[in-house]
Design a protein around this ligand. Structure first.
Ligand code: NI
Ligand code: MN
Length: 225
């Protein structure tokens, strides 16, 4: 069965059989990261958008491990120019990889590169990843959007990773509405506590979630499903 390990902020490692992939590997410079980027061994790197707390160590990991970057066409072109192996996709498109299926979803957020907002690496996206018959939704950074209802209607979500930190993304109230629209079996809050400006209480979110099992994962903790 697949399992998901939270590495802090929005970084999630997914394991299924012999495949390991990472979403948004922001590890060095991340005060809550539970792993050094040099220790991460993966075959695929999924990047939701170019901001430094998501692109993070992706290029260094891609160059060291030979992992394939899966991202928007724009982000894939940028990563390829930096020496990474890439697979470009775009919003609404899905692809069957050897490990499973990845579909890109919309996200309402920016697409600048690192701290250089003038370098555009494509729109921010979320990912639907299907491994071993289980579908995981990682929304990336986003505000609440009503199309989450469609995502929930068209996918039986085993687990949804949703930001709750406010300021740059949904806060707790909007994330609760997102859970209502998505109807996942389980929900894991992310993108909080890393910096003072996103310091919200994940236990408040967990207490208020209805209709799904809400789980706070400390960096390094794993969820089996
Ligand atoms: Ni961002
Ligand atoms: Mn972010």
């Amino acid at each position: 069965m697949p399992h998901a390990t939270f590495l802090g902020h929005s970084c999630v490692v997914l394991d299924h059989e012999a495949t390991r992939l990472v979403i948004d590997p922001f590890l060095s410079g991340n005060p809550v990261a539970s792993m050094k980027p040099e220790r991460l061994q993966v075959q695929y790197i999924l990047i939701t958008h170019g901001h430094g707390d998501h692109l993070g160590d992706a290029l260094a990991i891609a160059r060291r491990t030979g992992a394939t970057v899966i991202a928007t066409h724009e982000m894939a072109c940028y990563c390829a120019s930096q020496g990474a192996k890439t697979h470009g996709m775009h919003i609404g498109g899905a692809h069957a990889f050897p490990f499973g299926r990845v579909k890109l979803t919309i996200a309402h957020h920016g697409g600048g590169c690192g701290n250089d907002a003038s370098r555009y690496t494509g729109p921010a996206v979320g990912f639907l990843v299907t491994l071993g018959g289980r579908t995981i939704y990682h929304s990336g950074d986003t505000g609440l959007f009503y199309d989450m209802k469609l995502i929930g209607e068209m996918n039986a979500l085993e687990v949804a990773f949703l930001p709750i930190g406010d300021n740059f993304t949904m806060g707790i109230d909007d994330a609760l509405k997102a859970v209502e629209l998505l109807q996942p079996k389980r929900v894991v809050p992310m993108h909080y506590g890393t910096f003072p400006v996103v310091d919200v209480d994940p236990h408040e979110f967990v207490r208020r979630v209805k209709g799904a099992q809400a789980v706070v994962l400390a960096p390094g903790e794993t969820l089996e499903f």
